[in-house]
Design a binder for this molecule. Structure first.
Ligand code: ADP
Ligand code: MG
Length: 427
């Protein structure tokens, strides 16, 4: 069965040795290649210089020209996206066999590197990073673009122009191809890629934005506790786990409410069925922002004791200092209606929200205007009905009492009975 899964899957990273380009090489007579900034599964990224516009850039060089089509598809998709948490594309080109993308140059480190150095991050920081990734994902999903490879290595942590810690989502929209030789030869690279892959991606099904939400769940789980929810070391074990093993709840937290909230959110993001995940990135962002707000003082305290990199303004400042994009009013989660470019048929089947229907019921109850009888407490209503009726019976049987006493007790019993019946119906 696993073999069938592997064959059926079409989204596993093809890893080839990145071709070294000489520093100082000039591409298309315009872009100078400088030192290597990083390597991924399919490309090497260099610092570069654009001679025409006289500015520093990043140049992503494809390792294997066979993947040129997919490489340029990535560029085209990302170029459509204009969002402050998504890498900007400036140009693409081909010089001989060298295919390249010219991008904005970013100074920072990947989330993967930060996690390797620091292990788990404070909950407030995890929520801030997650909320920001959700903003980029929202913008992408609205354009019908599914990232397909959200993982710590594709999140670049930077400091933005305002001096505020921020991030950029890299590496958009590449449908990576499975290569059976890769499965055997490079387990390290595979684990780094497969560990965030959604069950529907593994099954080779059409994807929608909720596939990215699963990968985001994996990424945030790792950021919150320093390790992955699945410990399987082989590709087959990992693929099987994604499809049928329920991840353990987030370890640690000492029962802190915000930790439990994050754990419950991650549980939903990591649901095997996409219909059980939150409806979209906006809903996840709203949930993460609520955790971030609640954790704000703790984030500051933890960041101070571990001497982490500068604490984000988001975590330090008053609400008025929160950057516009994160401070903006959160629209109520709505049905996922985006027609995704890559998978036009894939739509949400069962809209889900992060709100419990029970909450709404409680609100309705509290806003309904109480009538005279409804305002009588149920315990008192019961007694008003039962005691006079009992007394009435005893008086009639044993003694001769005045008609007025009998009428009074009768009315009390009726009033109590009515109040009790009304109260029971409202419940
Ligand atoms: P791949 O598609 O091969 O995974 P990525 O786009 O993820 O390639 O880039 C690989 C690495 O290069 C990243 O992890 C990051 O360290 C670095 N990198 C990518 N883009 C930039 C950029 N615009 N500026 C600086 N470094 C970058
Ligand atoms: Mg990458």
């Amino acid at each position: 069965m696993l073999e069938a899964l592997l064959v059926g899957s079409s989204y596993v990273t093809a890893h080839t040795e990145a071709k070294q380009q000489p520093e100082g090489a000039l591409l298309c007579g315009r872009y100078e290649l400088k030192e290597v900034l990083g390597k991924g599964g399919m490309a090497t990224v260099h610092r570069g210089w654009d001679r025409q516009l006289q500015r520093a850039v990043a140049i992503k060089l494809l390792s294997d020209p066979e993947h040129a089509e997919r490489f340029f598809t990535e560029a085209k998709r990302t170029a459509k996206l204009h969002h402050s948490s998504v890498i900007s594309i400036f140009d693409t080109g081909k010089d001989g066999t060298s295919c390249f993308i010219v991008m904005e140059l970013l100074e920072g480190e990947t989330l993967e590197r930060r996690l390797a150095r620091e292990g788990a991050l404070p909950i407030g920081e995890v929520a801030r990073i997650g909320a920001r990734i959700c903003e980029g994902l929202s913008a992408a999903h609205e354009l019908g673009i599914v990232h397909r490879d959200i993982k710590p290595a594709n999140i670049l942590l930077i400091t933005n122009e305002a001096g505020v810690p921020d991030l950029k989502v890299l590496d958009f929209g590449v449908a990576k191809q499975i290569d059976s030789s890769t499965l055997e030869t490079d387990p390290g690279v595979l684990v780094g890629t497969l560990i965030t892959m959604s069950p529907e991606q593994i099954r080779g099904e059409p994807l929608d934005g909720r596939s990215d939400l699963y990968s985001l769940g994996m990424t945030l789980y790792r950021a919150a506790c320093g390790s992955w929810p699945f410990k399987q070391e082989t590709a087959a074990g990992l693929l099987f786990a994604h499809i049928s093993v329920k991840p353990n709840p987030l370890p640690g937290g000492d029962g802190r409410p915000e930790f439990s909230r994050l754990s419950r959110l991650l549980e939903r993001l990591l649901a095997k069925e996409r219909s059980e995940r939150p409806i979209d990135a906006k809903a996840v962002r709203a949930a993460l922002l609520a955790i971030f707000e609640a954790e704000r003082p703790a984030s500051i305290a933890e960041a101070t004791t571990v001497e982490a990199p500068p604490v984000p303004n988001l975590a330090q400042g008053a609400p008025s200092q929160v950057p516009m994009e994160l401070a903006a009013e959160e629209p109520a989660p709505s049905k996922f209606t985006t027609a995704l470019e890559v998978d036009p048929g894939a739509q949400a089947t069962k809209p889900q929200t992060l709100f419990h229907p029970g909450m709404l019921k409680a609100d309705e109850r509290s806003t309904r205007a109480p009538g005279l009888l409804a305002s009588v407490p149920q315990g008192l209503a019961k007694r008003l009905a039962a005691y006079p009726a009992l007394l009435l019976l005893v008086l009639v049987v044993l003694f001769r009492v005045s008609t007025w006493v009998l009428v009074g007790l009768g009315l009390m019993a009726l009033f109590g009975l009515a109040a009790y019946v009304r109260g029971s119906r409202e419940r």
